[in-house]
Design a protein. Structure first.
Length: 514
């Protein structure tokens, strides 16, 4: 999803507290020190009010100076003559953003203190982005899978924004940003084509007869509430939910133990958004778990073994973190932070999986979202395994560098008892485009061998789905390509790419091998 550094209004009072703290630095400084707090002290005072402190080394000097710091200044009421934070917004969206006071009209700190923060980052940041260490050495033949490209109709380039497999009906649903929703069977035959109100991004299959589609409203950053969640049952014309703020994920579960399915919706938003659950699926019975933008994905799981379903969520906008909501019963949840990340990390996806077979779910996490103010290669982009100590305390135990990573899934693809990983990169322009998909084969004790495949060069992989598409007992992989601009298409053409399928299926061949 598109990202911009954003800040919650709930921190404005804390910013005023920061002003008080910064004055305390001045009044209590040791004799002989320069007047006032240092740029580092100010940065660690103001930045942490809204998110984890970002070290200067995370970005290069030019990116800090020309892109990130000016935007940070706007959010603190610091603007240069002629600056207009609203210039790319439509009038109704401007009104929404102004109502949230995202860009204050008056400075929230003295301008000389802001200049100290700017100088601190520019002086401490590296001249060039830091390179990744311990980069992966690929096997370029993906021997356990064979690829097949899927085309639906003649178009200039694909914009696949959804892949979701209905295992009950053995149908793979493919959503396109032109507001089309295709369904194909295991023989790749088109079963249905439906037009949607806006780009479809998720489907709920809890109703055995008809799925329900989540439409984002706008793929591009927007604060307009044009998202919908509605049934594919043609007899139900009215949407279940409307006026959603760029929703991206939906889950159903009985969260309060009343025997009725509740609905969880991640509203990613832009400057505003939230994570909510709706009692009995009733839009009028909303319970907000987290009122901030960036709700990206949720999983419902009994994390503490008390028999009640808990919620694990990924927040992916400025205040980036994994959060757990512990179910106390009767619809009451308590929030617990699992892991926090700096605001430029670009966390993009997670899954729960027991990698070490100890009976406690670990976390597979990706970060690489680069549609933001700092679209550079970042050495911290990649895939991480966070291991559970048995008490829901998590530690990063594996890191696989992977620029621009957008998603990774954890499955035992070869049925050897070890969980493998399939991952895609969307937010990068790799020197070798075939490395935009990687397969990490788990050889035991979490030792992985990375594989790539040449056909991955034929697209920009925004989406990925895993399922037994042909019913042979082994999971296959579907990759969805989203070429978002003509310039992106030209880059691929210059690298020799001539074919642009909407989807590539990687059929699992393991069953046929001894």
């Amino acid at each position: 999803m598109n990202k911009k550094t954003s800040y919650s209004l709930s921190f404005i009072l804390l910013i005023f507290l920061a002003i008080y703290i910064s004055s305390a630095f001045t009044n209590n400084r040791p004799q002989g020190q320069p007047p006032g707090p240092t740029g580092e002290q100010l940065a660690k005072t103001y930045c942490v009010m809204c998110h984890l402190f970002p070290e200067p080394s995370l970005l290069d000097t030019a990116t800090w100076k020309n892109h990130v710091l000016p935007n940070m200044g706007w959010r603190l009421g610091i603007r240069k003559p002629g600056d207009d934070p609203y210039k790319d917004m439509e009038p109704d969206e401007v009104a929404l953003v102004k109502s949230q006071n995202v860009y204050p009209n008056a400075p929230l700190l003295p301008k000389e203190n802001w200049q100290k923060i700017v100088s601190y980052y520019i002086q401490k940041a590296p001249a060039q982005p830091l390179p990744q260490k311990d980069t992966l050495s690929f096997e370029n033949e993906l021997t356990d899978f064979h690829p097949q490209a899927v085309f639906f109709d003649e178009r200039q380039f694909p914009k696949t924004c959804l892949l979701k497999f209905d295992s009950a009906k053995s149908l793979l649903y493919i959503g396109d940003a032109d507001r089309s929703l295709y369904a194909i069977n295991g023989n790749l035959q088109l079963v249905s084509l439906t037009k949607t109100p806006s780009p479809p991004v998720d489907i709920d299959f809890s109703n055995p007869d008809f799925g329900s589609v989540l439409c984002i409203g706008s793929i591009s950053p927007s604060d307009k509430k044009n998202g919908l969640f509605y049934s594919l049952d043609s007899t139900k014309a009215a949407p279940k939910f409307k006026d959603l703020a760029r929703p991206v994920c939906v889950e159903e579960a009985d969260l309060n133990g009343d025997g009725k399915k509740d609905i969880l919706i991640c509203q990613f938003g832009n400057h505003t958004g939230k994570l909510s659950w709706f009692d009995g699926g009733d839009p009028k019975k909303e319970h907000v778990l987290k009122l901030q933008p960036g709700a990206r994905k949720v999983e419902v799981r009994d994390m503490n073994g008390d028999g009640k379903p808990d919620i694990v969520a990924l927040m992916a906008q400025a205040k980036e973190e994994l959060v757990m909501f512990i179910n106390k019963g009767n619809g009451v949840f308590t929030e617990q932070s699992i892991y926090k990340f700096p605001p430029v990390y670009g966390v993009s996806y997670f899954e729960l999986a027991d990698f070490n077979h100890d009976g406690h779910p670990d976390i597979l996490l990706t970060n690489g979202d680069n549609w933001d103010l700092s679209p550079i290669r970042k050495n911290f982009h990649g895939i991480r395994i966070l291991t559970n100590d048995g008490n829901n305390h998590f530690k990063i135990t594996q890191f696989f560098p992977f620029y621009g990573c957008s998603k990774a899934v954890a499955r035992d693809f070869d049925h050897d008892g070890n969980i493998d990983i399939a991952a895609i990169s969307f937010y990068d322009d790799p020197e070798n485009p075939s490395h935009s998909f990687i397969y990490l084969k788990n050889n035991g004790q979490e030792r992985f061998t990375p594989y790539a495949t040449p056909i991955a060069a034929n697209g920009k992989w925004l989406t990925m789905e895993v399922g037994d598409f042909n019913g042979d007992g082994y999971d296959d992989i579907a990759l969805g390509s989203y070429v978002y601009s003509m310039s992106e298409l030209m880059k691929l053409l210059k690298k020799g790419v001539e074919s642009f399928p909407q989807v590539v299926i990687l059929w699992n061949d393991k069953k046929e091998k001894p």
